[in-house]
Design a binder for this molecule. Structure first.
Ligand code: DQA
Length: 144
């Protein structure tokens, strides 16, 4: 029954609309459309939706919109991970659990990527597994 399906949002922040074209040596050559279609096939019992924005406030608005009714958010905040107190506060403000996701292993990269301002507000973090990081985060939310 559709009504029993968990509802999970995959939320992507800035520059992640360019996945597949953007620095393929780091982020791979798959587009997010391909990745999201694979997730839908993989999780037929989850009501998955997808939203991407390059705008910080739009990401916050989306968190507010889903954050009291959805069962989980898989959130790659991109570079806002390292800069945004406002996104940290938005995650704290909602009741839906949020899993922080990164495609790359940020700890193998520039030191400014080693700090996340949002981890403390999230349920957990998954990173470094390429596009498979999204799948792993959904698995974690399903187990809850
Ligand atoms: C990223 C890592 C961030 O440091 C970077 O700004 C991104 C993508 C990742 O998925 O590996 O945009 O979140």
């Amino acid at each position: 029954m559709n009504d029993n399906k968990k509802q999970i949002l995959v939320l992507n922040g800035p520059n992640l609309n360019l996945l597949g074209k953007r620095e393929p040596g780091i982020y791979g050559s798959d587009s997010m459309e391909t990745c999201f279609a694979a997730l839908q096939t993989r999780f037929p019992d989850v009501k998955l939706s997808y939203y991407q924005s390059n705008v910080e406030g739009e990401l916050i608005n989306k968190l507010h919109e889903v954050g009291f009714s959805y069962d989980g958010v898989v959130f790659n905040a991109g570079a806002y991970t390292h800069t945004s107190v406002a996104i940290h506060d938005a995650i704290k403000a909602i009741s839906t659990p949020v899993v922080e996701v990164h495609i790359s292993n940020v700890y193998q990269r520039e030191t400014y990527r080693h700090t996340s301002l949002i981890t403390g507000a999230c349920l957990g973090v998954i990173g470094g597994f390429g596009m498979d990081s999204y799948r792993l985060a959904i698995e974690a939310l399903i187990q809850l």
